[in-house]
Design a binder for this molecule. Sequence first.
Ligand SMILES: Nc1ncnc2c1ncn2[C@@H]1O[C@H](COP(=O)(O)OP(=O)(O)OP(=O)(O)O)[C@@H](O)[C@H]1O
Ligand SMILES: [Mg+2]
Length: 359
Amino acid sequence: MTNSVEIKNLDLSFGAVKVLQNLNLDIGEGEFLVLLGSSGCGKSTLLNCIAGLLEVTDGQIHIKGQNVTWAEPSERGIGMVFQSYALYPQMSVKGNLSFGLKNAKVPKDEIEKRVARAAEILQIEPLLDRKPGALSGGQRQRVAIGRALVRDVDVFLFDEPLSNLDAKLRVDLRVELKRLHNQLQNTMIYVTHDQVEAMTLADRIAVMKGGKIMQLGSPDEIYNQPRNLYVADFIGSPSMNFLEGQLIGGAFKLDDMVMPMTGYDFVAPQTADRPVVIGIRPEHVVTGELVRNAPLQFEADVDLVEPMGSDTLVYAKLGQHAFRIRMDGQARVKAGETLAIGIDPSRASLFDKSTEDRL
Ligand SMILES: Nc1ncnc2c1ncn2[C@@H]1O[C@H](COP(=O)(O)OP(=O)(O)OP(=O)(O)O)[C@@H](O)[C@H]1O
Ligand SMILES: [Mg+2]
């Protein structure tokens, strides 16, 4: 795969505050890359550096093989969609879509063609003569995406484009964005703090913390093989159960509980005994008929039950330790019950307690 965007040893500081430090990231041609992380971790800063809206302190940015580190935003072949759509209120949708092209002196019939194509892709043809004030939030957001689309760029940059929308619309537009990417096959770099958006849209996710990339991988890798405790905790809702214990002779031990890590894929073939944290996803704990076939079987004491319709979240105690279990929506379980549970160590994650890295 050829690279569409390459970020090399990027540093960015605001005065004395280092926001990005020696950041490296290669984004493939046609890839949908999501920058995911909590507020303040530097996602927008990184995107703005790629867009040319911020001057980098050190390092280089290449787009399509060209060093664009010092190029103007308009020379970079990028289109950007922000969280706030910032449409011109006095112009029609069509006016908003064509404004940038007129300024760039694109011939009139070419403008007509591009606007018509973007309107068709985004299904906003019936809205072309309306002003933004007469559009719903979702429709406005589609116009904002359209404004990037008409520019016919190689790389699209999105900064939390859906976060101002209500929950249902977010899901609808998320699906449309994925469809759009399947259709256009452009490179897309998408910033969000919403893990569901990241998991559903991305070819690869870069999980960021404090201006650094903690893990770069496919949604499957990020979910199943989190590289450290931070990523493990950040991805998944409800988050992983974490239990602190000891790794002794290849088994996890805590109080009188012993979990041989049979089938677990250790990062290094020989892993010495040490204090560890085991992570077990609530949805990977089995109950009922399935317990019999599970490699490890325990009993949990049910504290509280949250029926959520599609599934049931059970807050329990495993020995002395809080432990969440996700059961299906039809589960009939009550507080005070003892619940037989099954755990498969091959689906768990083990972390060194002091380095917090995956073992
Ligand atoms: N112009 C600025 N001057 C000084 N510090 C800034 C400036 N812009 C951003 N920062 C700081 O840089 C850090 C990263 O900000 P950034 O906007 O990239 O975060 P983010 O990951 O996009 O967060 P959010 O999810 O809240 O949008 C923050 O600590 C922020 O306070
Ligand atoms: Mg931001």
